[in-house]
Design a protein around this ligand. Structure first.
Ligand code: ATP
Length: 305
């Protein structure tokens, strides 16, 4: 049986287990091990998305075997459909872990996560993962055509939708310039595509699933700033009907978010819009000064602005 002949349900499991969980080797297997513990609760019902409100309520989390120190503590925020949340913070502060809790790659240790008031630990995994798309930095690609790679969450997808998703992800023009266009086979783990093109392909794949919550986990790191800006502009229309979470080290990727959370040591230490956080003059401001503030606008050694 080839991947394209698999029943949707089985394919869905592969999406969940491999493509979405894929980072590089060790991390992938860690995620798969963790996933074995994640099951439907007895009597679980399908998630019904109506308003599209995502809510973290005092969420705490600790990785199994990672000692006493919690990875996340007291994480609370709410996002409504159409809103973009940016998550920023130092390496290892817990940003990706926040993202991994939404599709239940792991279960929260305390507190709760709800979508439209339904606790995600009490709904069926299949319905949850249809509603939550995660685009990761080094996503898994199958050795098959570009169009199959974009569409495999939905093997009966129409060509127009595949092309539209590729256009949103700023990949369409590149694909139609290839001799075999959308039927070009990409190599093992997408070896024939550049890092940025692979990322854009996985962005297109996530768009095909039309999730209610879409998470970009540092997924534009290998994309140059100009292309990223074009993706962001194209995505504006797409973002209207869903919650978008952007996790990035690059402030330019998330400074336009409706709400920005600055995470440090597993806690949200600052929150607000870009302007509010700049005015606060704290951790976010320091990162902005480091990354984006024009050279001639920085304080000199004598303290002049
Ligand atoms: P980065 O910016 O480097 O991607 P991050 O802010 O996304 O980091 P996480 O990947 O969420 O941080 O990791 C938070 C903490 O949890 C880190 O100390 C990390 O080492 C630890 N961690 C991550 N994954 C696991 C795991 N599977 N098992 C145990 N500890 C883990």
């Amino acid at each position: 049986m080839t991947i394209l002949q698999m029943p949707v349900r089985q394919l869905g499991l592969m999406v969940n287990s491999f493509a979405r969980a894929s980072t590089c080797g060790t991390r992938l297997f860690e995620l798969l091990d963790a996933e074995l513990d994640i099951k439907d609760a007895p009597g679980a019902r399908d998630l019904v998305v109506t308003e599209g409100v995502l809510r973290f309520d005092n969420v705490g989390f600790r990785y199994a075997g990672a000692g006493d120190r919690p990875t996340l503590s007291g994480i609370s925020f709410e996002a409504r459909s159409g809103e973009t949340i940016g998550i920023v913070g130092p390496p290892g502060s817990g940003k990706s872990t926040i993202a991994h809790l939404i599709p239940r790659f792991y279960d929260v240790t305390s507190g709760s996560i709800t979508i439209d008031g339904q606790d995600i630990s009490k709904v069926t995994l299949q319905s949850l993962r249809k509603a939550v798309g995660v685009v990761q930095q080094d996503a898994f690609l199958f050795t098959t055509s570009i169009e199959n790679n974009i569409a495999y969450g939905n093997p009966w997808a129409r060509e127009t939708r595949i092309g539209q998703a590729a256009e949103f992800a700023q990949l369409h023009n590149y694909i139609i310039g290839l001799p075999a266009g959308y039927t070009t086979v990409v190599g093992e783990r997408g070896a024939s595509l550049s890092g940025g093109q692979r990322q854009r392909l996985t962005i297109a794949r996530s768009l095909m699933l039309r999730p209610s919550v879409l998470v970009f986990d540092d997924s534009t790191a290998a994309i140059d700033a100009g292309t990223e800006q074009r993706i962001r502009a194209a995505m504006k229309r797409f973002a209207k009907d869903r919650v978008t979470l952007i996790i990035s080290h690059r402030l330019s990727s998330l400074m336009h978010a409706d709400q920005i959370l600055f995470v440090e040591n597993g806690r949200i230490v600052e929150r607000g819009t870009h302007e509010q956080l700049l005015a606060l003059g704290g951790r976010y401001r320091a990162l902005y000064d480091l990354q984006l503030r024009p050279e001639d606008d920085r304080p000199t050694a004598l303290g002049a602005a």
